[in-house]
Every structure is written in structure tokens, then in C-alpha cells.
Design a protein around this ligand. Sequence first.
Ligand code: NOJ
Length: 535
Amino acid sequence: MFRKIPSWLSKSIFYQVYPPSFYDSNGDGIGDIPGVIEKLDYIESLGCNALWLNPCFDSPFRDGGYDVADYYKVAPRYGTNRDLQRLFKEAYKRGIRVCLDLVPAHTSIDHPWFKQSCSAKKNKYSDYYIWTDDWVEDTGELKAVRGYAERNGSYIANFFWSQPALNYGFAQPDPKKSWQLPVTHPACRAVRAEMINIMRYWLDKGAAGFRVDMAYNMVKNDKDCQQTARIWRQVRNMLDKNYPDAAFIAEWCNPAQAIPAGFHVDFMLNWMSLTDKTLLQQGRPRDVLPDTEDKCFFTRTGHGDISGFLKSYLHHYQHTRNLGYISIPTGNHDLLRLSLGRTQKEIELAFALILTMPGMPIIYYGDEIGMKHLRNLPSKEGAYTRTGARTPMQWDTTSNAGFSKAAVHKLYLPIDPHKNRPTVTGQDKNPRSLLNTVRKLITLRKTHPALSADGEFIPLYAEPKKYPFVYQRQMGSEKFIIALNPSNTPAEAIFTYPYPINPTQLIMGSIDTIHEKHAHYHLKMPPISYAILKV
Ligand code: NOJ
């Protein structure tokens, strides 16, 4: 049995910062940690009380830092270890906890462990990575990289060729392939111990926890991730014992599996399939979608279908209730920006969902002002089509949108060239701006337990191929009804409800009418609208 979830997590609203694109404090064109410190007051002004920083460790940046060369050293372009510790302290002063990105499944080819592992001469690191005995061997579904090292054999890569998989062993090693080590092999144990040391090191320095990259992909040939889950349960036991306040967040994308495996939180990225057709077509998101028939719900054509999402959501919700949280992010560094093809009103609707659902919301930097997805940028540091979601934060109307004092050609990525590009200062004082709507939704969530992570979630109207989507959140006697109609035609929900509902209960958004008839409520919503009622 695990300890309870750290209580601060139940009240958390995360803000995700992609370090090179947030704020450049030293004018070299690349965002840095002192820059994040300078902008903490802004993050506090949003009402966010936790930060997740994408990897900020020393790296050749062939995959945006998800290719770590030294887990104990902040990448010089972002600052120093002292800067990171200062960020922990300064954030904490403002009630903001800082979580780091842990990349345990692979390192960069530039990591000293890997360099030694490449050597033909047997050494301590020879089995830290997965190497076949002979370079021609068949590796099945595992990605083999051949011809890199003098050592005979090929190594297994996890994502790009430059990200060799650390060796956590095989759940059922093939007896004919002696290179497939069991999870109990001393080298696999040593790798696990290394990861735990890294975690302890940063927690001792003041990190509030970790988002764990590809947490599902540790032990190989691992049916249902059972052996991988054993590793994480051991880590969770260590955290429970020594760091009971540390957040443990998985990138697993299967909460029903990740939470019993020891994580406090897991992402549900398939919510994005409600907003993003491209993801849908690509077959993302991986394994959480029970049926591929799901259609984007958040599109004005009104051809979406909430029922597929809901089926999946309820599956995860029921398997994780009281054990951990589902996290629905507004976007992230891998996805198309939420604003793509959407008006301000439509973006607000998506925020209304995210900020009124149970679990742990995450706002991806810039989504709160509706930053655009910049299409067709040349790939930066292995981002490819993800590049457009990683452009510099737009702070104000000064040069480089206030992101950096560097010359334009030195910027990490180009800034949205549009003359009316959204900025923080442009929206800060306007009560009707997206930024201030987001702030209002955050305040509402924080001041009402029914809307918090733990408040109960009950769907009231979620019919296949119909709009709107209506649900209740409840804690004790406090109750809210939330209704969302992303389609550009009016929509009506008909549902039963045991308590009185009337239009004066509307506290945010809009409705056309609500009335009771034959023991059913009829809720009529205008096109592209949301409503939050305190009933
Ligand atoms: C998931 C991360 O979010 C992504 O950016 C990265 O490329 C892969 N994991 C590989 O580490």
C-alpha cells in the first residue's frame, strides 16, 4: 500500500515551461533559468502553484534535452545548478513548487556511461545499455542502431538513434539471446540505483518532484508493463518513506496502469483527440483510446463525439479514483498548439473543460494567451513538426516580444511574426481577454473544493454525436454543473437532476434557457458557448 497523495497536489494547477523559449535573461537568444525566476510573479499572477520544467540538464540537444549527457548538471545555456536551486527557493516563496523532467529510459550517446559502454573492452558500463551480442542479430520490434561503436553488436535505441535505451532488463529474456538480461541482473540493478540517486540528488536540492519521461518504457518485452510497474513501485516506496511530499508524475498515457504502478498522476493525452484531428489521424494517443472512432469534439462543425472520450475517461477515472490523478494538459511541447484553427471563444471552451475536470490541470506556456502554432518552421533540435509549439513566449510589444534582447537571428526560434500576435501585456488589463478568463477559471477552481482534483465527476449528458457535454462536479453539499457546446449551432441537453436548477445560478459563461419539463431539465446553449452553474 502506498501513502496518500501529497496534499498540495490535490490543489495544484501546473504551468509547463519549455526552458529555451520562456524568457532570456542574459541576451544570448535562449531562455534560461534566471529568466524563469524573473517571470515567477507572472506565473503566480495566473494562480498556478506548480511548475514543470522540460529537461534542463546538460545535453547535446538532439531531442530538446530528452537526451541527457549529465543528470547532475544544469545545461550551461540555462545557467548553473545554483540557479536551479535559486529557482526552487524563489518559487517556493510564492507558493509554487518546481518539478523536473526525469528521463530514465535512455540517455544521450554523449553520456559518459554510454561512451564507456561502447568500448570493446568489458567495463562497469558494458551492460548499462542493451547491446546485442553480434551486430547482425534480429532485434524484432526493438530499434537497433548498427555501426556506431567498435564493440561488436548493435545497441537498442528508444526514440531517436541518439537515445540509447538504458538497460532495465527483459521481462522474459529469450533463452536463445543471451544479451537479453533478466531484470535481476546486477547491471540492471545498478542502472535502477543510478536513477534513484539522481532523483534523491535533486529532491535534496529542493525539487518538488518529477515528470517521468516514457515511464512505461523501461523493461523490454514487458507484457502489460508488469515489470516496469515493479520498478516504479519500488521508487514510490522510497519516495513515500523519504520524500512523502514529492510529486511523481508519469508520462505513461494510461492512468489505469500508471497509478497502480506507483505514480500520483498520469497524463491523459487522448483528450487532445477531442481538439486535434491530426492527432486523431496519426492514431495518437497510443494505447488509451479504446476505439478509434472518437471524433474531435472541440470543433465548430459539430461532427464530434464526446462519448468515445468519456468511455475512455471513465475507465481511467474509475481505476484511479482516490489513488491518483488524471492530468489533462492544454497542450505540450510534442503537440500542436490548442489555438490552431480556434477563435478566442473556442479556446476558452477548452480551458473551461480542463479547469473544471477532476485531477491535475497543466497549462502549457503561452496557451493562456492563445499563442499560435507556427507551421512550417525548420526543425529545431529534433523537434520536427513539434517545433511550431515551442516558439518564444510573447511577453509584450517591445522587440522580440519582450522575450530576449538578442539580435533576431540569434533567437532560439522565430517569434510569431503577426502584427497582432497575442502578448501578456496586451491582455493583462483587459477583463475580457483570454488571459483573464483563464485567471478567472483558475480562481474558481481554487476557491471551490467541488471543482478541485478530488471533487466527484458525474456526466449528465454525453450522447454519441450530440452536443453539448454536461457534467456535475460535487464535494459535500457543493455542486457545479458545467456545460460545453463547441459546435457553431445551438444545442440542447435533456437530463434528469435531483436538485433545482435555474438561470440565476450561472456564474461563468452563458446559456440560452433552462427549464424543467416532465421531470427533465432542458438546457439550451448558444453556439460556441460554455456555462458554469453553481447549483
Ligand atoms: C516524450 C517527450 O515528451 C518527447 O519530447 C521526447 O522526444 C520523447 N519522450 C523521448 O524522450
